[in-house]
Design a protein around this ligand. Structure first.
Ligand SMILES: Nc1ncnc2c1ncn2[C@@H]1O[C@H](COP(=O)(O)OP(=O)(O)OP(=O)(O)O)[C@@H](O)[C@H]1O
Ligand SMILES: [Mg+2]
Length: 686
């Protein structure tokens, strides 16, 4: 496991960052968002550039990735990618399954080498990394893992360490769902998911300058997830988190990195902001592309018509040059959206009304009794989500229903004509890691179910395994690719009782949507466990709360359950126990320390009330300027999108030039305004 690495170069990238937190006096978020408008320039660049200089917060970049490219065989994962990460960044890294997100982390960690380009750390920057899958567990205790990341000061002795670290580690372990007493148990007696939680605790205890987390929420149930999310919002260091969980990204991120078409694209704000900004960029790019193509076509008509005429030759030549120049700065053609997983569950044979019944079921693991007298019935067509605290026995219930573990007592009975299908939480339970994708499907062929190679390829194609992909060994598949393969296998023998344990884990956002669509049309019975609130909300029609061996049904959707059970209150109480237990570095505190470090701030004498008043007026004027520029921008954008614009040759080009100028002016004015707001805040506090 990586904890620290030495600097690979002694280069200090003394570049300023614009990635500040909103200050108290800043306008409301909606206003700020509109001020940080996208720029035409963005589309013309193939790299993520550093934000514009902001003299108030000179920042050293912790991590500088410059012009990195990386391919596996013919598949290019990164083409000339650059990225700058500052200590205050909270970035969400998103992109489809198999895009190369985990590979980017491997490159940052030095586990893989880029084909070209450089990756440099600031001197002394330490980081913590949580891998997407599997963490080692040996003879150490959970508490030992949780405290093993903290580097000791030379004069610290063991007594001090126990005194300061342990209570903190224990609180974090409790927040992540460990029960009292678990801390001293051996890690190897826990499942892989729990060992990962212990490692997550280790990172939170160590508090490195940069956290690199690869899908951390995959290992958490809803309660632990909400605690973790809250904890991270107060994390004092930088953060790059790979996640497909929209609610999590929304709560946490101040910037989004989208890995698409071998390139990183930067967007301001959280996931919702990303969606809005992406749409805006797309339509602007489409307009700019259309307009450029028209301009070229128009010039070409002139060249074709008059190029051969001696009297017009020089003018035609100059138009030809103009075409060349336009082509040099060609706007990329808007590309097709990415391939989407596209499948339907074939309608299974209809089962009897009663699908499954458990009567007086007992289930224990050694001394640990999970269920004493469990009674449960599911009826045809129900969509039931199992919720409840971790360790309550949700996965055990699903395994009992799927008949993958024997029960210790009682009766479990399937209804007539019921074909169950089970999607295990750990997909590798059902997959052969050494075999290829194709072999993992063909191995399901039975005498009754003669699956042809063509059928297998068709099923795999729907799950985005095309051509040579099907011959990849499972061991090199990305997390999402493994999940897709596990889903593909369900289609080989369609069940009418589908039991799914965390089916969205590792799936990208589009694939989750595809799965939601397929499950909504599924006529069989669905019983599932999920920590993805979006997924639960989209599907669940009944909520079954599992706690202390008891089941409490709520005949309604997830919101109905939240309301009736007052579960929200219970979670709030859980979180409240931790918030004031540790030092919290707020954004305004950050800003203050930045100000006191900066030359300009230290030179400022204590401002008088009239100074402040005058300065406030200036801020108002700056804000007005930005608003005026924005109105102009909106007008120009509307003109650019109007069809009639394109009937006047050259008009669109002129509008585009004006728009580009305005966008630059907005960026400058916004930066000035933001600086002024920060200064005003500092003056008022002085
Ligand atoms: N050693 C390898 N040889 C060949 N292909 C590889 C190898 N390692 C990874 N890949 C492929 O590279 C692609 C990127 O993998 P990576 O794990 O980085 O994806 P990811 O963006 O993290 O996806 P996910 O969201 O599913 O976790 C995948 O298609 C994967 O199969
Ligand atoms: Mg990954």
């Amino acid at each position: 496991m990586h904890e620290t690495i030495g600097h690979t170069a002694q280069r200090y990238a003394r570049i300023a960052t614009g990635a500040k937190r909103p200050s108290k006096n800043a306008p409301p978020l909606a206003k700020r968002r509109s001020l940080r408008s996208f720029t035409v320039k963005f589309h013309l660049k193939r790299r993520v550039d550093p934000p514009p200089p902001d003299p108030l917060s000179w920042t050293v970049y912790m991590l500088t990735i410059a012009d990195v490219s990386k391919s596996y065989g013919t598949r290019e994962l990164f083409h000339d990618v650059s990225l700058f990460i500052a200590r205050t960044d909270r970035l969400g890294l998103i992109g489809p399954n198999g895009a190369g997100k985990s590979t980017l982390f491997n490159l940052i960690l030095g586990e893989e080498k880029p084909d070209t380009g450089t990756i440099e750390w600031e001197r002394g920057a330490d980081f913590g990394f949580l891998p997407q899958e599997s963490a080692p567990a040996g003879d150490e205790t959970i508490l030992h893992i949780a405290t093993s990341g903290k580097k000791l000061e030379p004069d610290e002795d063991d007594y001090d360490i126990d005194y300061t670290l342990e209570p903190r580690a224990k609180k974090i372990l409790a927040g992540l769902g460990f029960k009292e007493g678990d801390a001293l148990k051996l890690a190897k007696t826990f499942s892989g998911g729990w060992v990962m939680r212990a490692h997550l605790a280790r990172l939170l205890v160590a508090e490195p300058a940069l956290l690199l987390l690869d899908e951390p929420t995959n290992h958490l149930d809803l309660e632990a997830l909400l605690w973790f999310q809250e904890y991270l919002t107060r994390y004092p260091g930088g953060l790059v988190v790979i996640s497909h969980d929209r609610a999590f990204l929304n709560a946490l991120c101040t910037g989004m990195l989208e890995l698409r078409s071998s390139t990183l694209h930067y967007y301001h704000g959280n996931y919702d902001n990303f969606l809005v900004e992406k749409e805006a960029r797309k339509s602007q790019q489409a307009a700019a592309y259309k307009n450029q193509q028209r301009e070229i076509a128009h010039l070409q008509v002139f060249v074709d018509r008059f190029g051969a005429k001696a009297s017009m030759a020089s003018r035609a030549k100059s138009k030809e040059k103009q075409i060349e120049r336009l082509k040099e700065v060609a706007v990329d053609e808007p590309t097709e959206e990415l391939r989407k997983m596209n499948f339907k569950f074939p309608q299974p044979p209809r089962s009897g009304l009663k699908v499954i019944e458990l009567e007086h079921v007992q289930q224990a693991y050694g001394d640990h009794v999970v269920y004493r007298d469990l009674n449960f019935t599911a009826e045809r067509g129900q969509r039931i989500v199992l919720v409840g605290p971790n360790g309550a026995g949700k996965s055990t219930l699903l395994k009992i229903l799927a008949n993958v573990i024997p029960i210790n007592g009682g009766v479990s009975e399937l209804g007539s004509n019921v074909v169950p299908g089970y999607f295990a939480q750990n997909r590798l339970d059902n997959l052969d890691a050494k075999a290829t994708v194709f072999e993992n499907v063909m191995s399901l062929r039975t005498n009754e179910n003669q699956l042809s190679e063509q059928q297998a390829r068709a099923i795999l194609g729907a799950f985005l395994f095309r051509k040579d992909d099907v011959h990849k060994p499972v061991s090199v598949l990305s997390g999402g690719e493994k999940s897709r393969l596990a889903l593909a296998r369900i289609l080989v023998k369609p069940p009418n009782l589908l039991l799914m344990d965390e089916p969205t884990t590792h799936l990208d956002i589009q694939s989750i949507d595809s799965l939601v669509g397929a499950l909504k049309n599924y006529e069989g019975t669905l019983i599932f466990i999920s920590h993805d609130v979006h997924f639960i909300r989209a599907l669940a029609e009944t909520v079954l709360h599992v706690h202390s061996g008891r089941l409490t049904p709520y005949s309604g959707n997830y919101d109905y359950y939240l309301e009736k059970s007052k579960a929200g209150d219970a979670r709030a109480a859980l979180t409240a126990g931790f918030t004031d237990a540790r030092p919290v570095q707020t954004s305004s505190a950050n800003l203050k320390s930045q100000l006191s470090n900066s030359k300009s701030a230290s030179a400022v004498r204590k401002p008088s009330t009239s100074d402040i008043r005058k300065f406030r007026e200036q801020v108002g004027l700056l804000e007005k300027t930005v608003a005026q520029l924005e109105t102009k921008q909106a007008g120009l954008t509307a003109d650019l999108e109007a069809p009639e614009t394109y009937s006047t040759p050259g008009k669109a080009q002129q509008l585009n030039r004006e728009l580009s100028t305005i966008v630059d002016q907005i960026a400058t004015a916004t930066a000035e305004w933001e600086n002024a707001v920060s200064k005003l805040e500092a003056m008022e506090k002085a």
